[in-house]
Design a protein around this ligand. Structure first.
Ligand SMILES: [Zn+2]
Ligand SMILES: [Zn+2]
Length: 490
């Protein structure tokens, strides 16, 4: 089965089609730019490389790698390499022969050890991010023997590639031209940023810009190769000579830069900031392991996944993303015992055409022609298309970018999900078409909402005097302090 949005042919879709993209958005007025599936999977593979490490990674020539397993255009596995195993090996352990006909998206070109097994399992397509491969070809400070090994391995990969049924290719697509700008604007409006902005009210600070700049720097150093010559050399060694000529080379680099900018912007929407995190409100805390909170950095990471999914929405007003994870017993994966269960975004029913359903929102008067009765919510899609059962004996959790509505709350509870991580700006509200009243009363499911750490508030109940002092401090100093405190906690 081929995605309608997939590029017709496997090899390279890195050419920039700015003019086509421009007309694409202009022609369907009122429609927001969407991420293509292929770019969504590629960005998810990069995100998986950033999954907070459960153990110390060994310093080795093998770079940490993220991996997305896709079956019938749906994600069925999210993995990353561990101290002992490469991402490709983990996929083999977790999926075995079910890898047949799957598409695999790697954040780095896999080594020959991984590739031979994956090819052997009968995968359909292997896509990778065209920077430094799993066995690093960047020769900074490495010894000549290992560079030689890396080159030999890259040759073996080329041989495996040319002799296999699977297509090994780059599946990057150019973003529609106003996509990054759109993501930037909507990120600023999301629950997590808005909530922080509220507590900083009165101070005109651009904390969000700062968070974003930090992420951009971090991701660029990880996923891009700043030196063009070095990048060319790596592409050549990986058998991509055809991409080393301009305009292909500069197009490829621009395309990669745009995608990194987008990913960093999305990641900045759930920032490491002060004492903000996902916490439950006082009375619900229990000692039951099913209800104990995940480490903050893992919760934040999974919420960033949900935020990324929201950019596939079909609802031009509000994109919502949801992702479900659970905690099993085996822990060979770089994600530890956590494993992916399912994900979704809000959209019209599968198979519907653009004109099948009304697109009017609550501003239009006639209730009959509004969209809300037809849109499938992110949580509903995540549950419907999950690739694993939700097991009652395991800790399972759903991450949603917005408060679940009254339609979804009973579904989440009924499905046996133990924890909800969520933005709660809409809690208790009744909007024209959708109501968010049930979330507050929901019991039996732990609710972790984005807020200042309650313990921090308790300990630091500021006295009038402290308040006075704080006011004289510049906000930058305050932020700096809270950042330090926050880092100290991890
Ligand atoms: Zn490998
Ligand atoms: Zn809902």
């Amino acid at each position: 089965m081929q995605s309608a949005e997939g590029p017709g042919d496997g090899q390279v879709a890195a050419g920039r089609r700015v003019s086509t993209a421009g007309t694409q958005t202009d022609s369907v007025s009122g429609q927001t730019p969407r991420l293509s599936k292929v770019n969504l999977f590629t960005l998810f593979s990069l995100l998986m490389e950033l999954f907070p490490p459960v153990e110390q990674q060994k310093k080795s020539q093998v770079k940490k790698t993220g991996l997305v397993v896709v079956k019938n255009i749906k994600m069925v596995g999210l993995h990353c390499s561990s101290a002992d195993l490469h991402a490709g090996q983990i996929a083999l352990i977790k999926h075995g022969s079910r890898l047949k006909n799957c598409d695999l998206y790697f954040s780095r070109k896999p080594c020959s050890t991984c590739l031979k097994m994956i090819v052997n399992a009968g995968v359909n397509r292997i896509s990778y991010w065209p920077a430094d491969p799993e066995i690093s070809l960047q020769n900074e400070a490495s010894n000549p023997t290992s560079t030689e090994d890396a080159k030999l391995d890259a040759k073996a990969v080329e041989r495996l590639k040319s002799n296999s049924r699977a297509r090994v290719c780059l599946l990057l697509q150019p973003l529609v031209c106003d996509m990054v700008q759109f993501v930037e604007e909507t990120t600023y409006k999301c629950d997590f940023i808005q909530k922080i902005a509220k507590t900083l009210s009165g101070c005109n600070t651009d904390f969000y810009t700062e968070c974003r700049q930090e992420r951009i720097k971090e991701y660029e150093s990880l996923f891009l190769i700043s030196n063009e010559e070095m990048h060319k050399q790596i592409l050549m060694t990986m058998g991509l000579e055809n991409l080393c000529e301009n305009p292909y080379f500069s197009n490829l680099r621009q395309n990669m830069k745009d995608l990194i900018l987008l990913l960093a912007t999305v990641a900045a929407s759930v920032p490491t900031f002060g004492h903000f995190g996902f916490y439950c409100n006082g009375s619900q805390q229990t000692n039951d392991m099913h209800h104990q909170s995940l480490p903050q950095e893992i919760a934040r990471h999974c919420m960033i996944q949900a935020r990324l999914l929201a950019y596939r929405t079909e609802d031009h007003k509000t994109g919502v993303g949801a992702v479900i994870w659970a905690e099993g017993k085996s822990s060979c994966d770089g994600t530890g015992a956590m494993y992916f269960v399912g994900c979704g975004y809000n959209a019209f029913p599968v198979g519907s055409e653009y004109a099948d359903f009304p697109h009017m929102d609550d501003k239009q008067k006639d209730r009959e022609i509004r969209k809300f009765r037809y849109i499938i919510h992110a949580e509903q899609n995540a549950l419907t298309f999950r690739c694993q059962e939700i097991k009652p004996e395991e800790r399972s959790m759903i991450f949603v970018t917005k408060c679940p509505c009254d339609e979804c709350v009973p579904l989440i509870k009924g499905a046996g999900i133990k924890q909800i991580y969520v933005g709660d700006v809409d809690v208790g509200k009744k909007k024209a078409d959708i109501s968010y009243m049930k979330f507050r009363e929901l019991e039996g499911v732990s609710k972790f909402t984005w807020q200042l750490s309650p313990s921090h508030i308790d300990v630091h109940e500021p006295t009038a005097r402290e308040n006075g002092i704080q006011k004289t401090q510049s906000l930058d100093e305050q932020q700096h302090q809270s950042k330090k405190l926050c880092l100290g906690n991890h």
